[in-house]
Design a protein. Sequence first.
Length: 290
Amino acid sequence: MNKAVTYSQIADWKTLCKLNIILPVTLSAFTGFVLYSGSVNFETFIVCAGVLLMASSSSILNHIIERRTDALMSRTANRPIPTGRVSVKKASLVAALLGIAGAALLFTNGFMPMLLGVINLLWYSLVYTPLKKVTAFAVVPGSVIGAIPPVIGWTAAGGYVFDFHIILVAFFFFIGQIPHFWMIIMLLGKDYEAAGLKSISKVFSNHQIVNLTLMWVAATAMSAILLVLFGVFTSLTISIIIFLMVFLLLISFRTWIGVSHLPKPKLAFLAINLFYLGVMLTLIVEGLIR
C-alpha cells in the first residue's frame, strides 16, 4: 500500500469522525471533569477518551444515515460514503466498535457517565438527524447533544448529575449552539434546501432571521452571565473576564441591528465560536484554581 493511498484513507476516516466537531465536544467533557474535581489526572484522560470514541461513533452513524442527502449537496457529495470510498458495512462496524469501546471507558468511572454517553449517541442518531428533514428548528432539540458532554465529565469526576451548577453550565452549552447552527444555515441554506433539508429561510424573512439570531446571541451572553451570578465562577478576575467577553460578543454583532438583509455571518460565526471557547477555558481555569 503506497503512502498516497494510506493518507487518503486516513483523511476519509478523519472526515467520517468529524474531528472539528468531536474535539470541542471532548474539551467540554474535560471542562466538566475539571470543574468538579479541580485537577487533571489519569481518570480525566480516560473520560475524555471515552467521550471522543463515542462522539466519533455518533459522527460515523450520522454519515451513514445521511449518505443519500450528502450525495445531493455539493459541500458533502465527495464524502467517503456517498462516493463509495468507505462502504456502509465497514463504517457501521467501526461505529459499533468505537461506541462500545467509548461506553466501556466511561463505565470505568460509573454507570451515569456511560448512560449519558449512550443517550447522547442515540439522541444524535435517532432524534436530531431525522428531525433535520422534518423541521427547520431541529437545532433546538439537537443542541441537547452539546449540553450533555460537560455533565458526563462532571459525573465521571464524582459530581451529582442534577447539581445546579452543572445544570447552568449545560444550559450555557445548550443555548450557545443555537446561534452557531443558525449561522451555519445562513451560510449553507441553499445547499440544505437542494438536499431536501428544512431551512429557516423558508420559514422566516431575512429581517426575522437576523432579529431571531440576535435574540439567541443575547441569550448566549445572558447564560454566561448566569454562571457568574449563581456562583459557578467564584474568582473576581475570571468574573470580570466573562463580562468583558460578553461585551465583546455583543459589540461584534452591532452591525446586525436593524438590517433587513442577511449579513455575511463569517466574522460573527468566528466571534460566537471564540466566545464559546473562551467560556470553556475560563471554566477550566476556575476549576483548577478554586
